[in-house]
Design a protein around this ligand. Structure first.
Ligand code: HEM
Length: 332
């Protein structure tokens, strides 16, 4: 019995020794096996696992205690992911459509040729307001697009020094030119409102494709259906970018972080769609239609151009001018 007991003790000791021998090196290796890049210490994983990361602070601005919040992450995804795609598709898509249209339709010519007689279309004040607003718009568009695309497109091409100098200047331009731009939008609204109320003539104009297909000339008053659409896009789009832009420019004046995110989404999406529409407006006012640029350049158009594109307006003008002629006669 004593011999059996001694043998059991011996086997138990041997097993204990073997287990010890196997475990000690594992224990000894443990500190080295901690991976410093493990998930638990990765910031991104931490942010994903915790919906909201908020701390305590000593400055009065309690908003600054929030480091991350779910809606902020959604907004960042829009700002870095969706927005560049929406912008690129809208702007490059419009450019592609205009090239295709130009190749297919060519320049819309003055069919009856020039008459040599001109009609006043826009006075000096109207042209001043138009060009002030247009110049501001182009600079706002380029400086705004730099905020959306500059880091991806321009920075690799020009390097960080040139990019930062240009971006600083662009940002100043974006802030300061917003004021004449907003003034221009208000003036355009007031100045051309009476000529831009939609009516039945516009429905007919749209039904006939604005005369763009073939050599059709649907009648129109001073502004045709397409021009009225551009007017309302400028007035409503201009108001939307101005209101959202000033909310961004003066952060947290009556807004919280959710309102600020919404303002950025509205500002950027309306802006890129606005740019796309204005490209079409610039196309038709320059290379797209013979005789159109003169209206805003010199303020006058050829009578035949006016008859082809704004026949009802020409009739109204003739009546108005004859009326003033008649009014002048008794005084003579
Ligand atoms: C009253 C007029 C406007 C005001 C007050 C305004 C203001 C602002 C402000 C404060 C920002 C943010 C800048 C920053 O993040 O540092 C911004 C961004 C931007 N603006 Fe304007 N803006 C105006 C008009 C326009 C117009 C007319 C356009 C385009 C035609 C435009 C296009 C953009 C674009 C594309 C961005 C960048 C959006 C982004 O990527 O986050 N803005 N604007």
């Amino acid at each position: 019995m004593a011999a059996i007991g001694a043998r059991i003790r011996l086997v138990a000791c041997a097993i204990a020794f073997m287990v010890f021998a196997a475990v000690i090196p594992v224990m000894a290796q443990q500190p080295n096996s901690v991976d410093p890049n493990a998930d638990a210490v990765k910031e991104q994983t931490l942010l994903q696992q915790m919906k909201r990361i908020q701390g305590l602070g000593t400055i009065p601005d309690v908003k600054s205690y929030v480091i991350a919040q779910p809606m902020g992450r959604g907004w960042r995804q829009f700002r870095e992911g969706w927005l560049p795609w929406i912008g690129a598709i809208a702007i490059l898509g419009m450019l592609a459509l205009l090239v295709i249209f130009y190749l297919w339709r060519g320049v819309v010519r003055m069919e009856s040729g020039r008459s040599g007689v001109t009609v006043v279309r826009f006075n000096l004040f109207e042209r001043f307001v138009h060009w002030m607003t247009a110049t501001c718009f182009i600079i706002l568009a380029l400086s705004g697009l730099n905020i959306t695309f500059g880091k991806r497109v321009l920075l690799p091409l020009v390097g960080s020094t040139a990019f930062s100098s240009w971006s600083l200047a662009a940002k100043y331009a974006h802030n300061f030119l917003s004021f004449p731009f907003a003034l221009g939008v208000i003036s355009i609204f007031a100045m051309w409102l009476s000529g831009n109320i939609p009516n039945r003539v516009d429905v007919e104009w749209f039904k006939r494709g604005g005369g763009m297909v073939g050599d059709d000339h649907p009648p129109a008053y001073r502004f045709n259906g397409g021009q009225k659409a551009v007017y309302w896009i400028v007035v409503l789009g201009g108001t939307a970018v101005a209101v959202s832009g000033y909310l961004l420019m003066f952060p947290f004046y009556g807004t919280n972080i959710a309102n600020m995110q919404l303002a950025q989404v509205i500002h950027s999406v309306v802006a890129v769609l606005f740019i796309a529409v204005m490209l079409a407006h610039i196309y038709i006012g320059t290379i797209g239609m013979e005789g159109a640029f003169e209206a805003m350049g010199e303020g006058v158009v050829d009578l035949n151009w006016a008859k082809e594109h704004h026949s009802l307006w020409v009739e109204q003008e003739q009546v108005r001018l004859e009326g003033s002629e008649l009014r002048r006669q008794p005084a003579e």
